[in-house]
Design a protein around this ligand. Structure first.
Ligand SMILES: NC(=O)c1ccc[n+]([C@@H]2O[C@H](COP(=O)([O-])OP(=O)(O)OC[C@H]3O[C@@H](n4cnc5c(N)ncnc54)[C@H](OP(=O)(O)O)[C@@H]3O)[C@@H](O)[C@H]2O)c1
Length: 259
């Protein structure tokens, strides 16, 4: 399917690996030129080369912490008026909620709620004026169901989701959409951190946890960044203008509910 977005420009935050990279690759394959981002410059440059090898689009790597004002300014300097914004970064560390001090909680809310809102504030005007904009926020299945050790992630992302529910309706008439994708288990570095943290608590091996988690998914496997990226690219497509304010759960059937 031609997604109808060839020639468009995207900022994909947190895209040097994992789900963000999956989104960047799928958008590049659809002909979208990219600003990609991560804090580690070397890793980011390598990802830029990976993308250039598969797609003939401009790829600008911006090594910056997206949670800072300077990082956001650097992203917008590279692409002042993106057509597409993918909000993503790392999640908070796996931690018992009793061990979270105030600074850790503020960091979690800053990264997983305030930062995406700040970026949306900065891009939404031009998107509305040109009557095209696609914003996708990578959140988590933890918005809908508790995940041990990720209470801060759940709370901050639920805050983001509710905040944007109204914003999405506010800009819908301008052909600007705002949607969230909620990953279940995807095979990334972040998931491997989850195996390690859980294995430590359960006094077992990360491989054992990986087997248990995969077995708990009705699809009996973890998702791949590639399939995540394709779903994201569709939400950014010309055809998805009537999908807004939605929470798309990509979890291989793990969340056990009819709705
Ligand atoms: N994988 C899953 O199963 C899963 C499930 C539920 C939710 N999620 C959420 O989905 C998001 C992406 O997960 P993932 O699995 O793709 O994680 P990942 O493999 O750890 O990748 C995170 C990416 O974000 C970048 N990043 C992290 N902090 C950043 C910052 N402050 N500024 C700029 N870039 C930053 C990282 O690069 P640098 O480290 O170089 O900055 C990396 O490119 C996370 O928020 C995670 O919590 C993932």
């Amino acid at each position: 399917m031609d997604l109808g977005i060839s020639g468009r420009r995207a900022i994909v935050c947190g895209s040097s690996q994992g789900l963000g990279k999956g989104c960047a690759l799928a958008l590049a394959e659809a002909g979208v030129s990219l600003v990609i981002n991560g804090r580690d410059q070397t890793k980011l440059e390598k990802t830029a080369d990976d993308i250039r090898r598969v797609a003939d689009v401009e790829v600008i790597p911006v090594a910056a912490d997206v949670g800072t004002a300077e990082g956001q300014a650097a992203l917008l300097e590279a692409c002042a008026e993106p057509d597409i914004l993918i909000n993503n970064s790392g999640g908070p560390p796996f931690k018992d909620f009793r061990d979270l001090d105030r600074a850790a909680m503020i960091d979690g809310v800053t990264m997983n709620m305030i930062t995406p809102i700040e970026l949306i504030q900065k891009v939404i005007g031009p998107m509305s004026a040109q009557r095209f904009g696609r914003i996708v926020n990578i959140t988590s299945i933890s918005v809908k169901m508790p995940v041990p050790g990720l209470d801060l992630s759940s709370g901050a992302r639920a805050g983001l989701t509710s905040f944007l529910a109204g914003v999405a309706r506010d800009v819908a008439a301008h052909n600007v959409t705002i949607n969230n994708i909620l990953p279940g288990y995807f095979d990334t570095e972040r998931l491997r951190q989850g195996f390690a943290a859980t294995a430590k608590r359960a006094e077992t091996s990360p491989d054992t946890i990986a087997e248990q988690w995969a077995a708990s998914v009705p699809a009996k496997r973890f998702g791949t960044p590639e399939e995540f990226g394709k779903a994201c690219a569709f939400l950014c497509s010309a055809h998805a203008g009537y999908i807004t304010g939605q929470n798309l759960l990509l979890d291989g059937g793990r969340y056990p509910a009819a709705f």
